[in-house]
Design a protein around this ligand. Structure first.
Ligand code: VTB
Length: 330
């Protein structure tokens, strides 16, 4: 396949970056894992942020963070608009050094260090508001689910396409009071629900391998930044996702407008949230059904990472043994 190191509209990302970004999530995951189960979300997050930032700044890229830790005044590091890298192709970056801070603090499954990189201008600049999401894995007809349809319509369509009764479908939903009605409705259809405490990036990615994870569909309202990250992952695996920002106040609508969002009710497809050539990496912090968490041994540290690229639709799982603990400042 043709490769070019020039990242610009219509071009492809240098494929070496797919392997390079694994180092970035590995390092963030190791830093966060050192603080697993300590009940201190802030400390774990900060450790992941510091580690991700310093590794990101080693890359030969001219990177701009479009989805990060927050606005510049609220986030001193990895804020939206921050420039990272040592120079090179122009790329946009979406990241979450510790997706599922609470999960990590409680040492529960599926907290991840996550990053997505794309050709400049091809990631949705989403404000830090909620987003209503729906996602299914690859292999279904286009448009099989839609945010404007009822849960029953979506679940029935999915079950029919899969060739199973609705009772054999499992939906993943964030366990939140705002989802009480959704949970009730989904249960009435006969479908099963996997309720998760946090971590809806992992929730969406799990739909892409339903045989392994047991999750067929992701539904509900979570963070918009996590929505863009999940869409980037799905672009690489070939599933389908839609997202609708929850711009329910004038203030949120105004903030969105400054980011170029003029229609507050617009439904974005995965390729509208992450277009062009996208690469994605996630390293497990705590054990999960997608990735193993970081393991600390006397002589080494082991990490488990998923790296994916939309252009070639390649998914790689990387298990790394790090014998030099000094590079993690340990
Ligand atoms: C989700 C989840 C995140 O935020 O997006 C969630 O993936 C949504 O916000 O891990 P609420 O917690 O307010 O419901 C997180 O839990 C934390 O960023």
């Amino acid at each position: 396949m043709p490769e070019t190191v020039e990242a610009g509209a219509g071009h492809h990302l240098d494929r070496v970056l797919t392997l390079e970004i694994a180092r970035v999530t590995e390092r963030a995951a190791v830093a966060a894992a050192g603080l697993r189960g300590r009940g201190d979300e802030k400390a774990a997050d900060q450790a992941a942020v510091d580690a991700m930032r310093s590794e990101l700044n080693e890359l030969m890229i001219d990177g701009t963070i479009v989805i990060g830790e927050g606005e510049r005044d609220a986030a001193p590091m990895l804020y939206i608009g921050e420039q990272v890298g040592r120079g090179g192709p122009k790329v946009d970056i979406a990241l979450d050094p510790l997706e599922g801070t609470t999960i990590c603090a409680k040492n529960l499954p599926n907290s991840l260090a996550v990053i997505a990189m794309a050709v400049r201008g091809s990631l949705l600049n989403a404000p830090d508001v909620y987003m209503e999401k729906i996602a299914v894995g690859p292999g279904y007809p286009a448009g099989i689910v839609h945010l404007d349809r009822t849960p029953l319509q979506n679940l029935r369509a999915l079950a029919d396409a899969k060739g199973v009764p609705i009772t054999e479908i499992t939906a993943c939903i964030l366990d939140r009071p705002r989802h009480a009605q959704l949970i009730e409705t989904v249960r009435q259809t006969g479908a099963a629900i996997r309720l998760i405490g946090d971590g809806d990036v992992a929730g969406v990615i799990q739909t892409t391998d339903s045989e392994e994870t047991g999750i067929d569909i992701y539904m509900g309202i979570g963070g918009a930044p996590e929505g863009v990250l999940a869409a980037a992952a799905l672009r690489c695996t070939g599933g389908q996702m839609q997202g609708r920002l929850q711009l329910n106040t004038n203030d949120k609508r105004a903030r969105a407008e400054t980011m170029g969002i003029t229609d507050p009710y617009r439904i974005y497809s995965d390729s509208e949230m992450a277009s062009g050539d996208v690469i994605f990496a996630a390293t497990g912090v705590t054990d999960g059904n997608l990735l193993d968490g970081v393991r600390f041994y006397r002589d080494r540290i082991e990490t488990h990472t998923l790296v994916m690229r939309s252009y070639s639709h390649t998914t790689r799982e990387m298990r790394a043994r790090h014998y030099d603990r000094t590079k993690f400042n340990l």
